[in-house]
Design a protein around this ligand. Structure first.
Ligand code: 4NP
Length: 158
């Protein structure tokens, strides 16, 4: 069976989308579904290309036993041809992605919090310039959202 390809996207690809990617991988493993998916993350900006996730996000992940494999890269138009689902962390990421979406895109572009029953369709807040609490909040939002996303993808016969 073809693997489903899932891409998480934020602005810098050092905070939110690496956590989305790492958590999604972690939850797949817990549910014995790892073999069915290809997972990656990217940023709409190129400021941090090549970098590992922000130390504060790495620490939050470690506290929850989650590994973040990400090394930052820029989102590109061809991502819309390779991935099946692209998850934007906030409205601005969504709008920026729409700008580079090719006419023959095959990926579905969705917002991460379309899968969060608390503030459905809202933004995953950018924790970069805020305090330590913001990173834990992002973790909790992404945990709910990723679990629901897996439920959705497993039900859907894409
Ligand atoms: P992210 O957070 O989009 O969740 O990775 C940010 C990281 C870096 C910057 C902004 C947001 N920055 O302005 O450098």
């Amino acid at each position: 069976m073809e693997k489903k390809r899932v891409l998480f996207v934020c602005l810098g690809n050092i905070c939110r989308s690496p956590m989305g990617e790492g958590l999604f991988l972690h939850l797949l493993e817990e549910r014995n579904l790892s073999d069915k998916y290809v997972v990656d993350s990217a940023g709409t900006a190129n400021y941090h290309v090549g970098e590992r996730p922000d130390n504060r996000m790495l620490r939050t992940a470690e506290e929850h036993g989650v590994y973040l494999p990400s090394k930052a890269r820029h989102a590109v138009s061809s991502d819309f041809k390779y991935f099946d689902v692209i998850l934007a962390m906030d409205q601005s990421n969504y709008d920026d992605l729409n700008q580079i979406k090719p006419n023959d895109a095959t990926a579905d572009l969705l917002k991460m919090r379309d899968f969060d029953e608390e503030d459905k369709g809202g933004d995953v807040p950018d924790p970069y310039f805020g305090g330590a609490d913001g990173f834990e909040e992002v973790f909790q939002i992404l945990k709910r959202s990723c679990n629901n996303l897996i439920d959705f993808l497993e039900k859907e016969q894409l």
